[in-house]
Design a protein around this ligand. Structure first.
Ligand SMILES: Cc1cc2nc3c(=O)[nH]c(=O)nc-3n(C[C@H](O)[C@H](O)[C@H](O)COP(=O)(O)OP(=O)(O)OC[C@H]3O[C@@H](n4cnc5c(N)ncnc54)[C@H](O)[C@@H]3O)c2cc1C
Length: 413
């Protein structure tokens, strides 16, 4: 079919839906089209926050965002802030609730967020064309967009195609990134972020299923890159849990040797821990090493830490000398495993990299080289930490792009 749009939005995900609603609300006379590759809009959004949609965060600060020029995100995040976002969602029937700093829809259902966005699109008579994967763009005015079955001409195009995280089933195939790059837009290397880490498994495999609160620190070539306190989950392939997801971004993004060190007793200094262990040896000298930590630490974890230090578990506790207590205290403060890789784009929540922000104006999201072309969301080289930061970027940049596109068209109709 052939369509003619004032504004064509490529991608009916988080940023595309809010861009469309914003544009149409601002000028209802404009024809606004959402072109979505999958059979329905918002498929990834439904999977967010384990189906509950961690929609934003109380503490949106610029240091939670990354990219070659992460300050690009500052204007959009400041203008369309968490309060603006709350009002926007409240206006479509989605009040917020919070759990600590994380904010969710009151329904705790991601699917209901997509429903409310869809209902608003319907109310505003936004045209949604599904099964419409754009595979070619003619960048001269008017823009012409081609899918296998449709041709859409448009005065303005907003690119909201996302990147590679979550996999093709949720529409993340990076096709729009490739189209823009092939046209000459500068791309920044894409790699998975907020992702589980594959590590050497000799010790972690024995701990499969155990969760601990720890400070996890990522080291590259022996230099600390990032630390995070939170839950760490041991898996048969490596490490997961919020603390690991939040330090995962840099692991193997560039060449180097990567390690994760876990501080299993963040509230105690190594010296205090050493003294505690010395006292414990005196107190429990009648035990075997396999029961040395019983009562103080997860039993299996305690045993694996001792094996990691090179001890055999049937040794008597009384055989531990002060130098052994030093070594064990050090292992508890810095239980270190080598990182081999990560579990890939399909298992990641966000993609680091994307189209370079040098190509776009942060105040309008318009292309610096093609007027009338906008981009927002994950497609750009901006990614956030775990905790609602990525959806906030999608809302802020999408709403800003929608507003700017309408201003660009002026009093067209
Ligand atoms: C499992 C999972 C859980 C997550 N949970 C959270 C969370 O709780 N909180 C949070 O803040 N962030 C979360 N995220 C990240 C967040 O979902 C994304 O950052 C956000 O959806 C990005 O929005 P977007 O609009 O840029 O892209 P997307 O939401 O990915 O939307 C892109 C859309 O474009 C379509 N598309 C792609 N290419 C084309 C094309 N060529 N033609 C037409 N259509 C195309 C896709 O089908 C898709 O619908 C999660 C991600 C995953 C994978």
């Amino acid at each position: 079919m052939n369509y003619k749009a004032d504004i064509a939005i490529i991608g009916g995900g988080a940023s595309g839906l809010v861009a469309a609603i914003t544009a149409k609300r601002k000028n209802p006379r404009l024809s606004v089209y959402i072109l979505e590759a999958l059979d329905r809009v918002g498929k990834k959004l439904i999977t967010t926050g384990n189906g509950r949609c961690n929609i934003t965060n109380r503490n949106i600060t610029i240091d939670r965002y990354h990219g070659e020029n992460s300050s690009f995100s500052e204007y959009a995040l400041g203008k369309i802030d968490q309060g603006y976002t709350e009002n926007f969602f409240s206006s479509i029937g989605v009040p917020f609730v919070s759990e600590g700093d994380k904010i969710y829809p009151a329904s705790l259902q991601a699917a209901s967020v997509v429903d409310c966005l869809r209902f608003e699109c319907q109310r505003l008579a936004i045209e949604i064309i599904c099964n419409c994967k754009i595979n070619e763009i003619k960048f001269k005015k008017p823009f012409i967009l081609f899918s296998d079955n449709d041709t859409i001409s448009a005065d303005v195009v907003i690119c909201c195609g996302g990147m590679l995280s979550g996999g093709e089933k949720v529409g993340s195939d990076g096709s729009l990134f490739r189209i823009l790059k092939n046209y000459g837009f500068k791309g920044v290397k894409a790699s998975p972020s907020i992702v589980q880490l594959k590590t050497e498994t000799e010790f972690v495999k024995q701990l499969k299923g155990i969760k601990v609160d720890a400070v996890a620190t990522l080291f590259k070539n022996n230099r600390a890159v990032k630390s995070e306190f939170g839950e760490v989950l041991f898996c048969d392939y490596g490490l997961s849990g919020p603390a690991i997801l939040n330090i995962s971004r840099e692991a193997h993004r560039t060449e180097g040797e990567y390690f994760v060190a876990l501080d299993l007793f963040p509230s105690l200094t190594e010296e205090t821990l050493y003294e505690m262990l010395c006292d414990r040896v005196k107190l429990l000298e009648y035990r075997k090493l396999e029961e040395f930590f019983t009562g103080m630490l997860n039993k299996r974890l305690g045993q694996v830490v001792l094996k990691y230090c090179g001890y055999t578990l049937h040794t008597e506790v009384k055989e531990l000398a002060t130098k052994d207590c030093k070594r064990i205290a050090n292992a508890l403060k810095s239980f270190t495993v080598k990182v081999l890789s990560n579990t890939g784009f399909n298992n990641s929540q966000v993609t680091a990299g994307g189209i370079s922000t040098d190509e776009f104006d942060p105040k309008t999201m318009v292309s610096r080289r093609i007027s009338g072309l906008y981009a927002c969301g994950e497609l750009l080289d901006i990614d956030g930490d775990c905790g609602g930061f990525n959806l906030q970027w999608a809302w802020s940049s999408g709403i800003l792009a929608g507003e700017s596109a309408v201003s660009f068209l002026g009093d067209k109709k």
